[in-house]
Design a protein around this ligand. Structure first.
Ligand SMILES: Cc1cc2nc3c(=O)[nH]c(=O)nc-3n(C[C@H](O)[C@H](O)[C@H](O)COP(=O)(O)OP(=O)(O)OC[C@H]3O[C@@H](n4cnc5c(N)ncnc54)[C@H](O)[C@@H]3O)c2cc1C
Length: 385
């Protein structure tokens, strides 16, 4: 045992933590006791979810089964959700998500790592967009979204649906293109699609050249673009900031995400928007025995966009630093890349590739994304049992 730190608790099994588990599977110190608290027996890979909506992937294609990975890592899995954290007392509060399972109300830790992702907070959503939690299909939690999508398709084969996607970032656009493709190929003829951007141009966070490509594609597919905000919803109706109402069968909500509410009052240093503030070691700025990576964390030194690509990149350095914290050896800084390769899928079979100011598109870009995504899944699904 080193420095008495031999109890590691991993919250969530996000993109970074599956890599921590794989690293532990290769070589876990015998005196390190590892527990994983996460609500589902699999990790849904968001990058492939638009392919699921498009009908190209099965649900299993998009899931990393966690039990074999946790077992290979010599860790213990608690099926539940973190609901609170006291960083001074070094305890988390939790609630079970498995049927018939009893869990202690609190878990102590010596070393904590958080990779629970960002959320769409239903309370904040109701305040900003009254009616949305009750009437919209919400993209997060992605596990729930993936389970509900087949119900939409069951309706779409019976009659032409009108779908309004709220949110014109990468997730909203990819889901819109995927849904349009799936309903065109497999749904009743005459489905209609509207994109509600919140005000700006679609793909506003991308280079202007990518925005132009996205707009061309939306136009070619006959998708209506409303540069307006959504201010509320009712049954069959989306209310817009400009005062008008849009009738639609299904509002699909893919707006920006929030920090989990349970971080408030944890005692951890948080960013202005409530995410765990971490330093160059992915270590909490306030509590050296707490680490965080992925969308739940914000780097104090080099803030970067919240995306799966950055969460994946943080995995190996996070694993190394958790082991170093256990051993009492020096931590190593993680340098997130300035630019990342972005592959925006426009339905299965076509994608827009961009890297900094450079951009191009075609079937090749989708094939590239498909290869990268499948390779990531295979790495953590196969050969770890
Ligand atoms: C439709 C869609 C498509 C996307 N496509 C891409 C893409 O192509 N490329 C890209 O870079 N990004 C993409 N993103 C963004 C990407 O999903 C996120 O940036 C990424 O998931 C962040 O990874 P993470 O590890 O932080 O969290 P997540 O992947 O969200 O994982 C969080 C984990 O924590 C668990 N968890 C959640 N809450 C709790 C809790 N309270 N207690 C315990 N466990 C908990 C979850 O079950 C899950 O296992 C997409 C997002 C969406 C919605």
């Amino acid at each position: 045992m080193h420095h008495g730190i031999n109890k590691l608790l991993l919250l969530g099994a996000g993109h970074a933590h599956v890599q921590v588990l794989a690293r532990l599977a290769q070589n876990r110190p015998a005196d390190l006791d590892v527990t994983v608290l996460t609500p589902y027996p699999y990790q849904t890979y968001s990058g492939m979810t638009p392919g699921l909506v498009a009908g190209r992937y099965s649900a299993e294609d998009c899931q990393i089964p966690l039990e074999p990975l946790v077992k290979a890592a010599g860790a213990k899995w608690l099926r539940g959700r973190c609901t609170g954290l006291d960083a001074t007392q070094q305890k988390v509060q939790l609630s079970p998500t498995g049927k018939g399972q009893t869990l202690p109300p609190e878990l102590p830790y010596q070393l904590l790592s958080i990779d629970t992702g960002a959320v769409i907070d239903r309370t904040r959503l109701e305040a900003d967009m009254p009616g949305a939690p009750a009437h919209a299909l919400i993209v997060r939690p992605i596990e729930v979204f993936a389970t509900l999508w087949p119900q939409v398709m069951a309706q779409a084969v019976l009659r032409p649906l009108s779908i309004a996607v709220v949110g014109a970032g990468a997730a909203g656009l990819e889901l819109l293109f995927a849904a349009e493709q799936c309903l065109r190929l497999h749904g009743a003829a005459g489905a209609r699609f509207t994109l509600i951007t919140g005000g700006p141009e679609p793909a506003a966070n991308y280079a202007p050249g990518v925005q132009r490509r996205v707009l061309r594609r939306l136009k070619a597919l006959g998708i209506t673009v409303l540069r307006d905000t959504c201010v509320g919803m009712d049954h069959g109706v989306v209310r817009l900031g400009g005062g008008s109402e849009l009738a639609c069968d299904l509002p699909l909500l893919a707006i920006g995400t929030h920090a989990p509410a349970w971080l408030q009052g944890s005692g951890l240093a948080l960013s202005e928007t409530g995410y765990v503030l971490v330093n160059e070691y992915q270590q909490s700025s306030s509590h050296p025995n707490v680490f965080a990576a992925g969308d739940v964390a914000t780097r104090a030194d080099v803030p970067h966009p919240k995306s799966g690509v950055y969460a994946v990149r943080a995995g190996p350095p996070l694993a190394a630093n958790l082991l170093a914290a256990h051993e009492g050896s020096a931590l190593k800084p993680h340098h997130p890349p300035k630019n990342t390769l972005n592959l925006l899928s426009c339905g299965a079979g076509h994608a827009i590739a961009s890297w900094g100011p450079l951009h191009a598109e075609g079937a090749w870009a989708w094939a590239w994304k498909d290869r990268i995504d499948r390779a990531f899944m295979a790495k953590y699904t196969v050969g770890v049992g």
